[in-house]
Structures are given as structure tokens and as C-alpha cells.
Design a protein around this ligand. Structure first.
Ligand code: CP3
Length: 354
């Protein structure tokens, strides 16, 4: 048996990909690019295969997951695929009664607010998500040299959906628990870190070559609150998968003040939204980590010249980094013209070819 992780095995198909090289801060033939939410409503072929199939159900059909994951790779020539799923899938898999409502997002029938509610959060086993193992297996075979990124929601962002019962702008119930009952809060986040770590392990063991932890809503927190109440749980997730040696990406929105701490939590690559230029982000994160980002997703709605000028700014800042993975500062918006995405990939590749 060879238990060296795939991403560190020079003989594996994905090892020398520009994406994994950039994550490892090695020289690259061109700047790799992928987009958060690259698989989704911006693609007509996605809307077609999803017709009549609810979001969560589509995440549980391995062949459909593989098809949707591959769509943006075929169309845009991006340098990595991201596994098609959602951050609430592992919670659904352990029996939490939730749904993803179109145009709204995840909605939890009975919010988690008390110590008794914690008992509903049991451990996740690989058998709970056998469809993930199957879909990743299909994908790794199809993708060949193109790496597959696995992902999960971070404990804070998952907790916000569980406690609020759905999307929130203010996180009032979440923060009420965090400030008012720190012990219950810590136990809830610890439960979620185990579930999240187990879900990432399933994806890595099935063949994912990198993982991204989405703490999308962590930007709602002050650095002191993040450090005290959130970082320990996210750090536990990163530690749990450290032994595999696959690059670990850590992303959130509005996290300018948290970038250093998000690196400290244990990431190899820190994702940056469009509010902080990448060279400034690098100062905040410190040495020894690659950065991912950070074009404003709204720039894709501007005329081509203006879009390219914005992309140029990102590339110029990225050229000063130890490792740069080009991405948007948040997900592709559903009304984005897919041709603009394809042209952007080509622009990044040709402008950075060495
Ligand atoms: O990036 C990819 O291409 C992979 C797919 C992916 C989805 N969700 C598919 C999805 C990923 C990585 C996610 C993660 C996710 N889900 C996050 C973190 C990333 C981020 O955007 O910050 C969050 C916060 C969620 C929760 C969630 N799920 C939201 C806010 C929504 C959007 C609600 C809406 O309809 O506008 C979802 C639903 C969802 N997840 C869709 C997709 C393609 C849309 C559902 C559909 O197509 O019917």
C-alpha cells in the first residue's frame, strides 16, 4: 500500500497541474483559474439537466453530480473542477430536516438553539454519503490531469444556517448563542467540526486533490470574536485533514480584517474577496501561503475591455505573490454570460503564459 497522499505523489495525473503547483507555491506555466459556483445557473446545460430535480436530490445522484461538475471544465477550460454539492449536504445526510429553497437558500425546519438540539447532530459516516464516494470516483477517472476540489462549509457558516433556520443578514440568533452561552456554542461548533472533517475525508479518500473550506459568512465577526469563538473549530477541521497533504483552501466574504487569522487556522491557500487587493492581502496573511482570488464577480457584467482591465489589476497584484490561483472574489452570479467566463479564462492563461 502507498499511503502518500495523491497530491504529493509526483506520478499521479494531477500532481503537475498548474493549480496544484500554485497551491504549493511552485513555479507555474501560467496562472491557474477556476471559479466558485462555476457549475450552476449561469450555464444553460446546467439548467437543462437540473430541470424538475430539486437541488438536494440532484446532489445525491452520482452521475448527475459528475455531469454538472464536468460542464464548466468542458466549456471554460478552467484548471480545476469543484465537486457539485452544497454546504448543507452533510447535515441533510445525518438526518437534519432541511431543504434548499430556490432563490432563498438552505432552510432548516427546526432550528438548533438548545443543548437538547445538539443531540440531533450525530457523527457522519462514509456510508451516509456513499453517493459522494461514487461521484468523486467517476469524476477522478473522467478528469484525468485536471484536479478535483472537494469542499465543505465551515462550522461557523453551517451553525448560522442551523441556528437562524435559514439565510440571515444579521445573525442575531447565532450571535446571541455565541455571546450568551459560550459553552453551548463551543460544543455546537465542535460537533460541526467533526462532521465537516468527516465529509472532507470522504472526498479526499475518494480522490479529491484539494479541499476548500467555505466560511462564507465569517466576515460578520470581529477579529477578537473570530479568534475566540470560531477559529478553534475551523483549525480542528484543517488539522483533521492535514495528514493527507492535499492543499487546504480557506475562503470567506468580507474577511479583510480576518485574513491573517484565516491563514492561522491552518490553510495552505487563503481565498480573498474583491475588497482587499491581493498584495495587501498577502501582507495581512504573511509568508508561506498562496492566495486565491479576487476579481469582483460583478465585473463580468461590464464590457470586455473593462472586464479585462479589472482582471489585469488582479493579475498584476497576483504576480507579486508566492502562489496565485485566479478566481472571483465570490461565486459566479446566475445571470453571468457564460461566454464572458470562457473569455476570461483564456485572457488569464494567455496574459500569464511563461
Ligand atoms: O462552486 C460550485 O460550482 C460548486 C457548487 C456549490 C453550490 N453551493 C451549489 C449550489 C458550492 C461550492 C456551494 C457552497 C455554498 N452553498 C455556500 C458557500 C459558497 C458561497 O456562495 O459563499 C453557501 C453559503 C451555500 C448555501 C446556499 N446554497 C445558498 C446561499 C444558495 C443559493 C440560493 C439561491 O437559489 O440563490 C444555495 C443553493 C445552491 N447551491 C445552488 C447551487 C448551484 C442554486 C440552486 C439551484 O441551482 O437550483
Amino acid at each position: 500500500a502507498n499511503d502518500t497522499p495523491a497530491s504529493r505523489q509526483p506520478q499521479t495525473a494531477t500532481y503537475d497541474s498548474a493549480f496544484l503547483r500554485a497551491c504549493r507555491r511552485e513555479p507555474v506555466p501560467y496562472t491557474p483559474v477556476w471559479f466558485m459556483r462555476q457549475a450552476g445557473r449561469s450555464l444553460p446545460e446546467y439548467r437543462k439537466v437540473r430541470e424538475g430535480i430539486p437541488m438536494l436530490e440532484s446532489c445525491m445522484r452520482p452521475e448527475l453530480v459528475a455531469e454538472i461538475t464536468l460542464q464548466p471544465v468542458r466549456r471554460h477550460d478552467v484548471d480545476a473542477a469543484i465537486y457539485f454539492s452544497d454546504i448543507v449536504v452533510p447535515l441533510k445526510a445525518i438526518g437534519i430536516d432541511l431543504d434548499i429553497k430556490p432563490g432563498v437558500g438552505p432552510v432548516v425546519e427546526q432550528p438548533v438553539r438548545t443543548r437538547a438540539d445538539l443531540r440531533r447532530l450525530r457523527d457522519l459516516t462514509p456510508e451516509d454519503v456513499s453517493y459522494v464516494t461514487e461521484a468523486v470516483g467517476l469524476l477522478v477517472r473522467e478528469l484525468g490531469p485536471t484536479p478535483l476540489i472537494g469542499f465543505a462549509g465551515a462550522p461557523f457558516t453551517l451553525a448560522s444556517y442551523l441556528i437562524e433556520g435559514g439565510p440571515s443578514r444579521t445573525y442575531e440568533n447565532t450571535k446571541a448563542m455565541m455571546y450568551g452561552d459560550p459553552e453551548l456554542w463551543a460544543d455546537l461548533l465542535d460537533r460541526l467540526s467533526d462532521i465537516t472533517a468527516a465529509f472532507l475525508k470522504v472526498q479526499i479518500e475518494a480522490g479529491a486533490s484539494a479541499v476548500q473550506l467555505f466560511d462564507s459568512w465569517a466576515g460578520a465577526l470581529s477579529p477578537a470574536d473570530y479568534r475566540r469563538s470560531v477559529l478553534p473549530a475551523s483549525a480542528k477541521v484543517f488539522r483533521a485533514v492535514a495528514g493527507y497533504g492535499v492543499p487546504r483552501i480557506h475562503f470567506g466574504v468580507g474577511t479583510g480584517e480576518l485574513l491573517g487569522l484565516m491563514g492561522e487556522a491552518g490553510a495552505d491557500v487563503v481565498g480573498v474577496d474583491w475588497r482587499v487587493p491581493l498584495d495587501e492581502a498577502a501582507r495581512r496573511v504573511g509568508p508561506g501561503k498562496a492566495l486565491q482570488g479576487n476579481l469582483d464577480p460583478a465585473a463580468l457584467f461590464a464590457p470586455r475591455r473593462a472586464l479585462e482591465a479589472k482582471a489585469r489589476e488582479v493579475l498584476d497584484a497576483g504576480a507579486k505573490l508566492e502562489g496565485h490561483v485566479f478566481n472571483l472574489g465570490h461565486g459566479v452570479m446566475p445571470n453571468t454570460d457564460p461566454d464572458a467566463l470562457t473569455r476570461l479564462v483564456e485572457y488569464v492563461h494567455t496574459q500569464t503564459a511563461r
